[in-house]
Design a protein around this ligand. Structure first.
Ligand SMILES: [Zn+2]
Length: 198
C-alpha cells in the first residue's frame, strides 16, 4: 500500500486534504509534515496541524525552519493583510525538498500537497513547476500528488460538509488578532462564505 507524506500547514486547504486522504486511504498510510518558519499565525497553525493528526490518528512530523527573511514580500509584516503581496519566493520548492527527502527516508511513495486551481500565477504552484519537481522526485520513485489542483476553495465545501470538518480544526487567517481569525482578510472571508453555503 502506498504511503503518503502530506504537507500540512494547519490551514483550511491542508486540513481538508488530510481528511480527503484519510477517507480514501485510512490513517495507516498517511504521515503529516508541518513546517514552522516564523509566520504570523505560527502557533495557531501548528496547533491545528497537530490537532488533526490526533483526531485522525496520523503520525506527525514538525520541522522548524528559519524565516524567509530575504523575502521582498510582506508575508511577515503585521501591517499587511493583502495575500497577493505576501508571496514567499519559491516557498513550495523549499517545503517539497524537505518532503521528498523525508519521503525517501521513510520509503513513502508520494508527497501530497493542497494546491488549488487558480493559484497558477504563483510560480511555485504552477503545473510546470510541479511537473519539473516531480521529474526530480521520480528519480527516487516519489510522486507529487495535488488532488485539488483543478478545484476552487469553495468547491471543497462539500468535502467539509461530508466529513464534518469544523471551523476550529484549521487556522487560515493571515492577520490574526489576539490569536483569533481577524474576519477581514481574504482567507477569513472565503472560509465564512464556504460555511455559509454548506
Ligand atoms: Zn483573517
Amino acid at each position: 500500500m502506498e504511503k503518503i507524506v502530506v504537507l500540512n500547514s494547519g490551514g483550511f486547504d491542508s486540513i481538508v486534504l488530510l481528511h480527503y486522504y484519510y477517507y480514501i486511504l485510512g490513517e495507516k498510510n498517511l504521515i503529516s509534515l508541518h513546517f514552522t518558519h516564523g509566520e504570523k499565525n505560527e502557533r495557531e497553525q501548528l496547533e491545528c496541524a497537530e490537532k488533526v493528526c490526533d483526531k485522525l490518528n496520523i503520525p506527525s512530523k514538525v520541522i522548524h525552519l528559519p524565516s524567509f527573511d530575504w523575502t521582498k514580500g510582506n508575508f511577515y509584516n503585521e501591517k499587511f493583510i493583502d495575500a497577493k503581496s505576501s508571496y514567499l519566493e519559491y516557498r513550495n520548492l523549499v517545503f517539497l525538498a524537505y518532503g521528498i527527502s523525508f519521503a525517501q527516508a521513510i520509503e513513502a511513495s508520494t508527497v501530497g500537497l493542497a494546491i488549488l486551481g487558480g493559484q497558477e500565477s504563483y510560480i511555485d504552484c504552477s503545473p510546470n513547476f510541479l511537473y519539473n519537481v516531480e521529474n526530480i522526485s521520480m528519480m527516487a520513485n516519489i510522486k507529487i500528488d495535488t488532488p485539488f489542483s483543478c478545484r476552487s476553495k469553495e468547491s471543497l465545501g462539500h468535502i467539509v460538509k461530508y466529513l464534518k470538518i469544523k471551523r476550529d480544526e484549521f487556522f487560515s487567517c493571515d492577520h490574526p488578532i489576539n490569536n483569533k481569525p481577524c474576519g477581514e482578510c481574504d482567507d477569513c472571508k472565503n472560509i465564512e462564505k464556504i460555511y455559509r453555503n454548506i
